[in-house]
Design a protein around this ligand. Structure first.
Ligand code: ZN
Ligand code: ZN
Ligand code: FE
Length: 759
């Protein structure tokens, strides 16, 4: 990989051992020629393997003996230009310990300099304009190095040898503070001033590595409230940045795995359990058992923690679901109504990149969002010849390029629902294709005709178009990252995905390989009165499930609605219920869905958790949160006979009227909702374990791939995984890409590769 300090590392180690020879980049990787005493050479090889820079990846190391050469010293040889097109581009790297030490050393010439970096840390992906990666092709080209920086940059023995973003207070970028109109705030120390403002409940827009963050005091409910109103973000949890792990432990319980994730060099946001009572402002993450926490990952962040505040809200600098702002003027324009002050700098961000989000579940890291610190690293998959471009889905969009055994996944682009995000999608795609040097032969898109990504794909000329069913892509995404070649049983539990019958799928059991799939079983269809309104209003799906179960006579609809209004639906206005019921009866604006996500919505409403969904997955998260910490120890079981099906049917339709009936009875009998939620989760998990086992018995396929957004539910993922393992099936789950729609493009790209018969 370029820009992680591998060649200087080799150089330094060779010098220490008194070896002669050289190190260089070749199309096949790094080549080292070393000459010296046999014992020293052995040690050298061992050091290369054991002490390589953290961000480098040695996928294979081989050594051969060659005749003694005329080398007098050890050198770093320049590589030819063509070489760079094959090496990996590094993600941005969190500030290393060396640099942090220098940052806070009053004797150092970079004391408190917010742009300190070295070959082992600093910006990479977000400042690269083109390849090969060197300074003139980054946004650092605007700055000319001073003699001191230049000397470091030229000295192979220095930590900053060829560190492209190398800079210092004399020659590099600087920080300033403005008000919301962009007028500079006069101060010698913008950081102290910014911290003052934060302590006074002001909202700051802070330019970071991949874009602007909106920042405020996480201990102040007033500041958080104001931020939410201005950002138009009602209830979705906000992430916080903490000074260090110790501070995090004052308000959250993280185990060793989670702490390791927090401190990993990717520095993602990690979802950790909130302590009770919770010492931060309650509106930071309302109605949620978890909170997203990250550690400082740029020198600028470290400098924000020199004041009294040790926990800061750090949320994407955008309004609602628009893309994160990353240019100075753009930020003032778009965030001028949100932030009171702007902490800006003049190192341009070339490509925006949101923070990655991660959690630890069932023995592994699970990504909710794979972006800063990880993009544009490839995911390694079984090798094919054809190069493909995959444009992803609609929500949580990412795009991907497949080339040989690598799929390059883009940073997180977002929900393709507005012009800004669509522009960002096209920009990301174009830039990505250029720096990856890929010429795709085909373009893969979702089956949904209305997705903007689909429409964009269909407009591209001279490329083969391959439409792919949503859940097939989810399952292949999981297969591919696990590098499995044999067929699998695919369990796709998801929110929304367009089916081949024109309905909305999402509770699917498939069998699949890279070339195709068969639908074995699915949740029975239920009406979605009002279409997308049924996603926003969970009561609509509850009404639909009640209607399917109770089958009221159309002439007695008024009486039926009256009966609902006496209890479960008492908060829903009469006319809304009536209108939705009419849609169901008349089948107007009412698609049918087999979605697991929609069943979660219905049950969440029936349990009284969630009347309105203000962000994707909210009703399901609120229902999950009701369960005790260890639901399997509650002594409760799933509901008996909750599901009905006819095994001879193809595909098998899974009826769940029994489940709805028992849940409604429990709610009306005032059974604690925590018990109802637990029994619901157990019922669903055990149902799908049984179904997979029966598909295995029918087909002999032993591997089960788990994918789809519902697997962000911790309990569902661990319960289904351990259930399948107990029934002697092999579980494949996501670790390198998200199980939600952000992982879709990986599956699409691989399906595109395999759609070509000659590879
Ligand atoms: Zn460093
Ligand atoms: Zn300098
Ligand atoms: Fe999906």
């Amino acid at each position: 990989m370029q820009g992680v300090g591998f060649r200087p590392f080799v150089y330094r180690e060779a010098l220490k051992l008194g070896l002669s020879g050289f190190v260089t980049n070749t199309p096949d990787g790094v080549q080292v020629e070393a000459q010296g005493r046999a014992a020293d050479l052995d040690r050298f090889v061992r050091i290369l393997q054991e002490s390589a820079p953290v961000r480098s990846i040695i996928s294979r190391l081989s050594a051969v003996e060659i005749p003694v050469q005329e080398d007098g010293t050890f050198t770093i040889r320049h590589s030819r230009k063509s070489v760079h097109r094959r090496t990996l581009i590094s993600p941005d790297i969190a500030t290393c310990d060396h640099c942090i030490r220098e940052l806070f050393d009053p004797q150092n010439r970079r004391y408190l300099y917010p742009f300190i970096n070295c070959t082992e840390c600093g910006p990479r992906y977000t400042i690269i304009q083109d390849i090969p990666y060197d300074r003139p092709r980054t946004t650092m080209s605007a700055f000319t190095m001073c003699p001191d920086c230049e000397r470091e940059y030229r000295d192979p023995g220095d930590r900053r040898f060829h560190a492209q973003p190398n800079a210092c207070p004399v020659c590099g970028p600087h920080v300033w503070l403005t008000d919301a109109e962009g007028n500079p705030v006069q101060t010698a120390d913008p950081f102290s001033m910014a911290l003052d403002f934060l302590e006074k409940d002001q909202i700051l827009a802070v330019k970071g590595l991949g874009g602007f963050h909106l920042v405020c005091d996480a201990g102040s409910p007033e500041a958080v409230k104001r931020l939410r109103i201005r950002k138009n973000r009602e209830e979705k949890p906000l992430a916080v940045m903490v000074k260090n792990v110790k501070v995090m432990q004052t308000f959250a319980d993280a185990d060793d795995h989670e702490i390791a994730l927090l401190c990993s060099h990717e520095r993602p946001i990690v979802l950790v359990k909130k302590k009770r009572p919770f010492s931060l402002a309650p509106n930071v993450a309302p109605d949620n058992g978890y909170i997203g926490v990250m550690l400082p990952y740029t020198p600028l962040h470290h400098l924000l923690f020199r004041g009294a505040l040790a926990v800061l809200v750090m949320t994407s600098g955008n309004i609602s679901e628009e893309p994160i702002a990353f240019e100075n003027d753009e930020a003032l324009n778009r965030l001028g109504t949100v932030a009171d002050y702007f902490l800006m700098h003049n190192r341009d961000i070339f490509i925006r990149c949101d923070d990655s989000v991660s959690m630890f579940v069932h023995g592994a890291q699970r990504l909710v969002r794979r972006s800063r610190g990880m993009a544009p690293l490839p995911v390694f998959v079984p090798e094919r010849k054809r190069q493909t471009l995959a444009v992803g889905g609609e929500l949580k969009n990412t795009v991907a390029f497949a080339k040989k055994d690598r799929v390059y996944l883009s940073h997180y682009i977002g929900d393709l629902e507005n012009a800004e995000t669509m522009a960002s999608f096209v920009q990301a795609l174009t830039h990505f294709q250029k720096i990856m040097d890929i010429r795709p032969g085909c373009i893969v898109h979702d089956l949904h005709p209305e997705y903007l990504s689909t429409q964009w794909a269909l407009q591209q000329e001279n490329l083969i178009k391959i439409p792919v069913q949503h859940h097939f892509a989810h399952i292949v995404s999981c297969m591919a990252e696990n590098r499995v070649l044999e067929p699998v049983i695919g369990l796709a539990l998801d929110g929304t995905g367009y089916g081949t019958d024109g309905q909305i799928w999402g509770g699917e059991v498939l069998t699949a390989d890279y070339t195709g799939y068969e639908r074995m079983a699915h949740l029975d269809y239920r009406a979605m009165p009002g279409g997308s309104a049924a996603i926003r209003d969970p009561w609509r799906m509850a009404l639909s499930c009640m209607h399917a179960w109770q089958k009221p006579d159309p002439s007695g609809l008024d009486a039926w609605i009256e009966s609902l209004r006496t209890d479960l639906f008492r908060n829903i206005p009469d006319e809304h219920l009536r209108a939705a019921a009419m849609l169901i009866v008349r089948k107007i604006n009412t698609p049918m869905t087999s979605s697991m996500g929609r069943l979660f919505d219905a049950v969440s409403f029936l349990c009284g958790c969630c009347e309105k969904s203000t962000y994707e997955g909210q009703p399901a998260m609120m229902l999950e949160r009701l369960m005790p910490d260890r639901p399997e120890l509650s002594g409760l079981d799933g509901y008996p006979d909750a599901f009905s099906m006819n095994p001879g049917e193809n595909p098998v339709r899974i009826g769940f009227d029994g489940l709805i009936r028992m849940i409604v009875e429990d709610v009306l009998n005032r059974v604690p909702v925590s018990d109802i939620s637990t029994r619901f989760h157990l019922s669903v998990a055990d149902l799908f374990v049984d179904l997979c086992r029966s598909v295995f018995e029918k087909t002999g396929i032993r591997r089960v791939a788990l994918s789809g957004g519902c697997f962000q539910n911790r309990f569902l993922l661990s319960r289904i995984s351990s259930g399948l393992e107990r029934r002697e099936l092999t579980v494949l789950s996501h670790r390198h890409v998200p199980c939600n729609d952000a992982g879709l493009s990986l599956g699409q790209a691989v399906i595109g590769q395999w759609a070509s018969p000659d590879g």
